[in-house]
Design a protein. Sequence first.
Length: 66
Amino acid sequence: MCWCVMSMEVSIREGESQDSLLRRFQRMVQTSGILREAKAHRHFLSKGEMARLKAQKSARRRRRYG
């Protein structure tokens, strides 16, 4: 099993408040996709399950966009 560790680092800018530092950190976490990947790896999925979910997602996308 391989554990990949992604770390985010945000340094405070001169004259920056802690609120804006926290907002900037949260924005970086959202755009990097760390939480999405962590949620995806929360439970083990077999190859068959992954293929089934991928097909469902594709069908949903096809129905939505024509």
